[in-house]
Design a binder for this molecule. Structure first.
Ligand code: PLP
Length: 408
């Protein structure tokens, strides 16, 4: 008979052998004290830590307006949505949130999904069903959820080198002029912190008759006067066909969505299995996200403070000879270049300095580019930054990791 135990054991062993077996730190966030948390060790003892790698970029997951809205919604309508949107899960805060999101991105309509992953996967799969013969052009560093959606549909696809518009144009030019085409890309790439050329990509899409599909997951709430993302910052909101975002990072709650013309949204709503056949988000989440988006729209000073903190950390690391990788965004990646060192530094930061930052190793990033990825928020104060830079400086010496200018 089949040895089931061996199959599962082999699967885990393989991950271990590749050095990418994960152990999750047991962290309890402390309400109102973001980015502080309590870490529980394996032996049950606890230590206060400062989290430096959260994607809750602005601490909105702890914001009083968000918490109040969520609590009020539970008090008023209860816990679960009660079903799929088609059956019984269309709640008022979901409808209001979709209207708010559509207006934010200057689109006619928006559609909620249970996560950003599901939004990408379901939408990209469904677009291939709606447009048989669709050819998708996908940036080589696109997120796993986009790749999953593109593959699921089984259409012809071409991967262009990361942010390389010459390569993209060569691929577009080689495709049949009358075929339906879609360019799928991100604005802020979250591991390197670089930003795509939106205007250049849009120009190519127009020249070759392609639609544009933009993942703004790491930009929404953070860029543009009203916080709608890089497309707003660059003044091209009306020229991106489909924008996809998460409610789980800067917005601080959970869920995902797309925003587009009403007809596109209507078609996806009618065809996407990943939308139709799953229970919709609980009302407390949609109410919390709605409060968060309204707050983010009205508070550009949060975005200014966020950028200032990221810039300050980059400068302080550079001054200490810590090899910050070039990043045009709020993401502060530090090059280590070795998976063992990367894990060791991360462990020592946690155990000896109460600083939590995840090591980023292969396959999330290419081998030899292992790194620590810091995401400072407006809530990371000068004292926290002093402690971080001092600890990193000590560990860099202790572990004998290359300093600048050894890393170009
Ligand atoms: C995190 C992430 C997603 C998925 O969003 P979730 O809401 O966490 O499922 C999609 N795209 C990118 C680029 C991401 O980093």
């Amino acid at each position: 008979m089949f040895d089931y135990k061996a199959a599962f054991g082999n699967a885990v062993d393989q991950v271990r052998a590749e050095g990418r077996y994960r152990v999750f730190a047991d962290l309890k966030r402390v309400r109102g004290q973001f980015p502080r948390a309590v870490w529980r060790r394996d032996d049950g003892t606890e230590q206060d830590v400062v989290v430096w790698c959260s994607n809750d970029y602005l601490g909105m997951g702890q914001h009083p307006e968000v918490l109040t809205a969520m609590q009020a919604e539970i008090d008023s309508v209860g816990a679960g949505a009660g079903g799929t949107r088609n059956i019984s899960g269309t709640t008022r805060s979901a409808v209001d949130l979709e209207a708010e999101l559509a207006a934010w991105h200057h689109k006619e309509a928006a559609l909620l999904f249970t996560s950003g992953y599901v939004a990408n996967e379901a939408t990209l799969t469904t677009l291939q069903r709606i447009m048989p013969g669709l050819i998708i052009f996908s940036d080589s560093l696109n997120h796993a959820s986009m790749i999953a959606g593109i593959r699921n549909g089984g259409c012809e696809r071409h991967i262009y080198q990361h942010n390389d518009l010459e390569h993209l144009e060569a691929l577009l030019a080689a495709a049949p002029a009358d075929a339906p085409k879609l360019i799928a890309f991100e604005s802020v790439y979250s591991m390197d912190g670089d930003i795509a050329d939106l205007a250049g990509t849009i120009a190519l899409a127009k020249k070759y008759g392609a639609l544009t599909y933009l993942d703004e997951v790491h930009a929404v709430g953070l860029y543009g006067d009203a916080g709608a993302g890089i497309a707003e910052r660059d003044g091209v909101l009306d020229q991106i066909d489909i924008i996809e975002c998460t409610l789980g990072k800067a917005i601080g709650v959970m869920g995902g969505y797309i925003a587009a013309d009403a007809l596109i949204i209507d078609a996806v709503r009618s065809w996407a299995a990943g939308f139709i056949f799953t229970t919709s988000l609980p009302p407390a989440l949609t109410a919390g996200a709605l409060a968060s988006v309204r707050h983010l729209k009205a508070h550009p000073e949060l975005r200014a403070a966020h950028q200032a903190r990221a810039q300050a950390l980059k400068e302080r690391f550079l001054a200490a000879g810590i090899p910050v990788m070039p990043s045009e965004s709020h993401i502060v990646p530090v090059h280590v270049g070795n998976p063992v060192h990367c894990k060791m530094i991360s462990d020592m930061l946690l155990e000896e300095h109460g600083i939590y930052v995840q090591p980023i190793n292969y396959p999330t990033v290419p081998k030899g580019t292992e790194r620590l990825r810091f995401t400072p928020s407006p809530n990371h104060d000068d004292g926290m930054m002093d402690a971080l830079v001092t600890a990193m400086d000590k560990l860099w010496t202790h572990c004998n990791v290359a300093r600048l200018p050894a890393v170009a």
